[in-house]
Design a protein around this ligand. Structure first.
Ligand SMILES: [Zn+2]
Length: 411
């Protein structure tokens, strides 16, 4: 199957291969396996919609058709009739969900941002509550300036969006994700199949807005509780409005890495951590207290974030010699992730001061935008070296070049 762009056209935080492992794991409780299957189905459906809506997205291969992937995931023999019935029900409801998604593409895409020059920076957050449905923009739960309410998930995503937007503005002068002061719209308690009370295990970027599930409470906790998850998804929007990177092959690996890099920087900025003090982990807060410990990605040492019978083993790679086009973008992103980590450690101090500014200057470089569909790790690396020189002089180019040499992208 073409896993190189699985579940990716909508920038899901948790890659499909993790859900697949949970669904097949004899160690996972029945309910967790069902939730994993259901999440795979929902994610595939949304990705299909995005592919339909976007000219730049890769055409789906047959195995990626909504619902088909879930049908191909074998439920382990230990799974009860209930799990098999749940999988069948999931497939049956896909057609209905596709209709709903098609209706949503219009309003999401027509959310025109304000004029850049007429709009000095200000936060404009709109947080909606899907109330367990699959409706983006269900009920408006908290608009910009409104006080905290009694819904922790609404408040958390409101705050995390605020921190992320302030980071991009304070450090890089970026005015909202589109740099035009546009609204940031998010939906919480998203779950397109609430009747079975399994919980939706993901967060994603869809068109111009964001959705966050509540998790199954067994393997995954609320997706709004993790600042880096929210920052990761918002950065997918920044990428859309800058490099415009597509979501496959090396360009897709860069797209994923950019979201991990800036998510890590948002956390480090907010918690006042230097590069040496930071943990360089993504998604650590996604897991419930009972199984807390692993993270989803380790930028310092890709491939070591987790290794257990339920989640499987972290397949991320960290050197270009391991790369091939069949790998998931969530796997290949380990290479540029580690390069960024090495550059940040090489500079010392706060990672966003130098390495972060070099990466942001690269992301907004017209040379990068010109190769939005075909950018390779080497092309990106060459521009980071050039931007290092422009921003911080020749000493900086040595640090950045050495980081890319260490991961096998430059020689
Ligand atoms: Zn992502």
């Amino acid at each position: 199957m073409c896993d190189n762009h699985e579940s990716g056209a909508t920038g899901h935080f948790v890659p499909a291969y993790i859900h697949k492992h949970i669904a097949e794991s004899a160690a996972a409780p029945d309910k967790a396996r069902q939730a994993a299957l259901r999440t795979l189905s929902v994610d595939q459906d949304f990705r299909g919609q995005r592919v339909t809506a976007s000219e730049t997205a890769a055409a789906p291969c047959a195995a990626d058709e909504p619902g088909v992937l879930a049908a191909q995931v074998p439920i382990s023999k230990e799974a009860g009739d209930e799990a098999r019935e749940s999988a069948r029900a999931t497939l049956k409801t896909d057609a209905k969900i596709r209709e709903q998604r098609a209706a949503l593409i219009g309003p999401a895409a027509t959310d025109e941002p304000h004029d850049h020059l007429a709009a000095p920076f200000q936060l404009k957050r709109l947080i909606y509550d899907a109330k367990g449905s699959g409706n983006l923009r269900g009920t408006l739960a908290r608009a910009e300036g409104a006080g905290r309410n009694t819904d922790r998930q609404v408040n958390n995503v409101y705050d995390a969006i605020g921190i992320t937007a302030m980071f991009f503005y304070t450090v890089f002068g970026r005015n909202s994700v589109d740099d035009k002061g546009g609204n940031i719209v998010a939906t919480v308690h998203f779950d397109s199949k609430p009747d079975d009370q399994l919980g939706y295990n993901n967060a994603f970027f869809f068109g111009t807005e964001f959705a966050f599930g509540d998790g199954d409470g067994i393997i995954f906790d609320y997706f709004t509780d993790a600042l880096d998850v929210v920052a990761h998804e918002l950065t997918h929007a920044v990428t859309k409005y800058t490099s415009g990177f597509t979501y496959k092959f090396q360009t897709g690996g860069l797209n994923e890495s950019i979201s991990d890099v800036f998510a890590a920087l948002v956390e480090q900025w907010h918690f006042n951590q230097t590069a040496a003090e930071a943990d360089w982990l993504n998604g650590q807060s996604l897991f419930p207290v009972a199984i807390r410990g692993p993270a989803l990605r380790d930028m310092a040492n890709p491939g070591t974030a987790y290794d257990d019978s339920i989640l499987g083993r972290d397949p991320q790679i960290s050197h270009f010699s391991q790369y091939n086009d069949d790998l998931s973008v969530h796997v290949t992103s380990g290479i540029p992730n580690r390069a960024f980590y090495l550059a940040a450690i090489g500079f010392g101090g706060y990672a966003y001061d130098k390495a972060g500014k070099i990466w942001y200057a690269t992301l907004t470089d017209s040379r990068i935008e010109a190769i939005a569909k075909t950018a390779t790790f080497k092309q990106w690396a060459d521009v980071t070296v050039d931007q290092a020189n422009k921003l911080f002089g020749t000493g900086a180019t040595v640090i950045v070049r050495n980081a890319w040499i260490a991961v096998g992208v430059l020689v």
